[in-house]
Design a protein around this ligand. Structure first.
Ligand code: WT7
Length: 637
C-alpha cells in the first residue's frame, strides 16, 4: 500500500506530471492520495459536486476520525516522536514538549471531559485561548468526539466573541484566565465573561490557568481546566465521522457587516492540508517545522495543527511575539530548536526588517531549509530582505496564496523543487485549476495578462458553506462568475504562467495579514453617538502592507474635541478588536457618492494613498465638490 510520502513531488517534472494527471483525472488523482489515510469505512464516490447549488462533497460516505489520522496512526509507528515543541512567551520559562503519545493522552483526557459535560457530535464549542498547548489539545479533543470547534482569535473583543458564539450557537466556551503577549497581560476571562453575558447558549466555561491573575468566578458556569480533567481516563475512542461532517467553523470578514462562519469538512480538509503541507514545505520526517501564526487563524488550523500532525511532523508553537524581549526572538528560537521550515507573514518580515541585521547575525540559522510567506502579497523589499538576511540567498522561499475559505494553499512553488520568482506565488498546486478572467468574466487566453483570479474545479479543502447562510456562500463565491469559485483577488500572470496576486478586488483590506472587511468597521464607527456616516478604505503602508483610513461625517462638526479621534478608534477596538482601529481618521462634511448613492471607495482609496492626480472623471458624482474639500483637509492633516 502506498504512503502519503510516496506522493511527495521531488522534481519539476514530477510536479508537471502530477499537475497534468490531476486535471485529466481529478477523482483518481485525489482518491489515490486519500487512500493513504486511515478510513473506517471506504467512500462510495470520490466527488459529487454541483457549483450551481453550490454543493461539493468529497469521499462521499467515507467514515473516519481526523484525530486517528493525526495522532493514533503515528503513536502506533513512533509514539515518542515529538509532535509539539511549545516555546513560551518568556524565554526564561520552560519549553514544553508533547510526543505523539502524550498529545493523544492529553487530547483523550480533555475529550472525556467534554463528554462528561454532555458535549456530543455536532455540538459547537467555542475556543478563545492564548497560544498554549492546551489550545491545540482543546481543538483536537473536539475533533475526537465530533464536536465542531469554533476558534476565535484571542485578540478579538468581547463583542466580536459574543457575535461568533451566537452565530454558531456554541454550548461551551474554553478560555484562560489571561494571556501573555510580550510584556502585556490580556484579561481573557473577563473579556469572555462580558461576551457570555450576551450569549444564552453557553452552558459551561472551561478556564485554563495561564497567568494566575485574579478572575471573577461563577460557580454555576465556570470550571478550571485542571478540575475538569482531574481523574479522567487518557483513553477516548474516536467518534466515527462522515467525511462530509463539519470539522470546524472559522470566521472570516466579509464585505457586509456580519463575519462569515466558514465550515470545513473532516475528510477532504484532512487530505488537502496534509498533501499541501508535505509538498509545499517538502517536509521530511526529521524536520522541525515552525509556523509563527496563531491557531485563531486558518494558517494555524491547517499548517500548525491538522496538516503537520496528519504528516506526523514535529512543530514549534510559539506563545509570544517577535519583539519580546527583543527583536531577535524569532532567530533565537530558530537556532534553539534547529528549525528547518520557517513560515511567517510579510507584515512580520517588514517589521523585522526595520531592525538592525546585527540582531540576526548572533544566531546560527544554518538549519533552515525552507522559508515561507502567507497572508498578503509580499513586496520586493520584504522578499529581498528575507532572502538575503534569513535565507542567505540559498534557502528557497515559498509564497503561499490561499484563504480561510480554501482550507489550504492553492498557489505556491514547492520549496526547492519548482522555480520561485520574487513577489509571485507562482503556479497552482496539483488539483487546482485556475482561470484568469477579464472585466466581462471571459477567460483570458494569452499567458501574459492581468485579471480576476477564479478557480474552475473543486478541490478537497474548499469550505462547504457559510454556517447558517448557504445563500450568502452562493452569492459571495459562486455568483459573480458562473461555474467558478471567486476568491475576491486580482492577479497578474507572466509568460511562464506564474501568478502574482495583486490584492483584493472587493471591500476587504488586508492589514498586517489580517483580513478585515471595511463594512463591519464602518458599522462600529457609526455606533459612536457623534458619527452620522463613515467610509473606511485601505492605503499602502510600509510595515502593515495596508493601513486603514476612516472618513467620518459628524452630526455636529463644531464639536470636534481632540479626544474624539481616540474615542472613535476605541469604539472600533471594543466592537471588533484593536487590529481593526483606523490608523487615520478624517472628519468630512460628505462622502463622494454615485448618483445611486453608492460610496465611491475607489476615489477615497486614491485620496488616502495621496494619488490625487489619478482620481479619473469625478464630474459624474452626486457631489463632486466634496472631493475638493477632502483634498484640502488632507493637505492640512
Ligand atoms: C486573503 C485571504 C491564507 C491564510 C491567511 C490569510 C490574501 C493570502 C497571500 C499571498 C497575496 C495573499 C489574499 C486572500 N493573501 N496569502 N501569498 N499573496 N495575497 O487568510 O484571512 O482568509 O485572507 O489574503 O487577498 O484572498 P484570510
Amino acid at each position: 500500500m502506498k504512503k502519503l510520502a510516496d506522493f511527495q513531488l521531488r522534481s519539476q517534472a514530477a510536479y508537471q506530471e502530477a499537475y497534468r494527471y490531476s486535471v485529466d483525472n481529478p477523482t483518481e488523482f485525489w482518491a489515490e492520495i486519500a487512500a493513504t489515510f486511515q478510513w473506517q469505512q471506504p467512500w462510495k464516490n470520490v466527488l459529487k459536486h454541483d457549483w450551481t447549488t453550490p454543493s461539493t462533497e468529497w469521499f462521499v460516505e467515507g467514515k473516519l476520525n481526523i484525530t486517528e489520522n493525526c495522532l493514533d496512526r503515528h503513536v502506533a509507528e513512533h509514539p515518542d516522536k515529538e509532535a509539539l515543541i511549545w516555546e513560551p512567551n518568556d524565554p526564561n520559562d520552560t519549553v514544553q514538549r508533547y510526543t505523539y503519545k502524550s498529545l493523544l493522552e492529553a487530547v483523550s483526557r480533555f475529550a472525556n471531559g467534554l463528554k462528561s459535560q454532555g458535549i456530543k457530535k455536532g455540538d459547537r464549542v467555542c475556543i478563545y485561548m492564548p497560544m498554549v498547548p492546551e489550545l491545540t489539545i482543546a481543538v483536537l479533543a473536539c475533533a475526537r468526539i465530533g464536536a465542531v470547534h469554533s476558534v476565535v482569535f484571542a485578540g478579538f473583543s468581547s463583542a466580536a466573541l459574543a457575535a461568533r458564539i451566537n452565530d454558531a450557537g456554541c454550548v461551551l466556551l474554553v478560555t484562560a484566565d489571561g494571556a501573555f503577549r510580550g510584556d502585556k497581560k490580556i484579561p481573557l476571562k473577563s473579556i469572555a465573561d462580558e461576551a457570555i453575558a450576551q450569549c444564552d447558549t453557553i452552558k459551561k466555561c472551561i478556564v485554563f490557568q495561564r497567568t494566575f491573575q485574579t478572575v471573577e468566578w461563577n460557580n454555576r458556569k465556570d470550571i478550571w481546566w485542571h478540575d475538569f480533567i482531574d481523574g479522567l481516563s487518557d483513553k477516548c475512542a474516536p467518534t466515527l465521522m462522515d467525511a462530509e461532517d463539519p470539522l470546524f467553523i472559522l470566521y472570516t470578514s466579509g464585505s457586509t457587516g456580519k463575519p462569515k462562519g466558514m465550515v470545513h469538512s473532516c475528510g477532504g480538509y484532512m487530505v488537502y492540508t496534509a498533501y499541501t503541507f508535505m509538498n509545499v514545505f517538502q517536509y521530511q520526517p526529521e524536520d522541525i517545522y515552525w509556523c509563527t501564526a496563531d491557531i485563531g487563524w486558518i494558517t494555524g488550523h491547517s499548517y500548525m495543527v491538522y496538516g503537520p500532525l496528519a504528516c506526523g511532523a514535529t512543530s514549534v508553537h510559539f506563545e509570544g511575539v517577535p519583539s519580546y524581549p527583543k527583536w531577535n526572538r524569532f532567530w533565537e528560537i530558530c537556532e534553539k530548536h534547529k528549525v528547518t521550515q520557517f513560515y511567517t507573514a510579510p507584515t512580520a518580515i517588514r517589521s523585522l526588517a526595520k531592525h538592525p541585521t546585527k540582531l540576526i547575525e548572533d544566531y546560527d540559522l544554518s538549519s533552515l531549509k525552507v522559508l515561507g510567506s502567507v497572508g498578503e502579497p509580499i513586496n520586493d523589499e520584504a522578499w529581498n530582505w528575507y532572502n538575503t538576511n534569513i535565507g542567505k540567498e540559498i534557502v528557497p522561499i515559498v509564497d503561499t496564496w490561499w484563504q480561510t475559505e480554501t482550507g489550504g494553499v492553492l498557489i505556491s512553488s514547492l520549496a526547492g523543487v519548482t522555480p520561485q520568482k520574487p513577489t509571485y506565488a507562482t503556479q497552482p498546486l496539483p488539483g487546482i485549476q485556475v482561470a484568469l478572467l477579464d472585466q466581462n468574466g471571459k477567460p483570458i487566453i494569452e499567458k501574459e495578462a492581468e485579471g480576476i483570479l477564479t478557480i474552475n474545479y473543486p478541490w478537497p479543502g474548499i469550505a462547504r458553506t457559510i454556517y447558517g447562510d448557504h445563500q450568502r456562500y452562493k452569492e459571495v463565491y459562486f455568483s459573480a462568475y458562473n461555474g467558478r469559485y471567486f476568491p475576491g483577488d486580482g492577479a497578474l500572470r507572466d509568460k511562464e504562467g506564474n501568478y502574482r496576486i495583486t490584492g483584493r478586488v472587493d471591500d476587504v483590506v488586508i492589514v498586517s495579514g489580517h483580513n478585515l472587511g471595511t463594512a463591519p468597521i464602518e458599522n462600529a464607527l457609526n455606533e459612536h453617538p457623534a458619527v452620522v456616516e463613515s467610509a473606511v478604505v485601505g492605503y499602502p503602508h510600509s510595515i502593515k502592507g495596508n493601513a486603514l483610513m476612516a472618513y467620518v461625517i459628524l452630526y455636529d462638526s463644531t464639536e470636534v474635541v481632540p479626544s474624539l479621534v481616540d474615542e472613535i478608534r476605541a469604539t472600533v477596538a471594543s466592537q471588533i478588536g484593536p487590529i481593526a482601529k483606523p490608523d487615520r481618521v478624517l472628519f468630512v462634511s460628505g462622502l463622494p457618492k454615485t448618483r445611486s448613492g453608492k460610496i465611491m471607495r475607489r476615489i477615497l482609496r486614491k485620496l488616502a494613498a495621496g494619488e490625487n492626480d489619478q482620481l479619473g472623471d469625478i464630474s459624474t458624482l452626486l457631489n463632486p465638490a466634496v472631493v475638493e474639500e477632502i483634498i484640502q483637509s488632507l493637505s492640512k492633516e
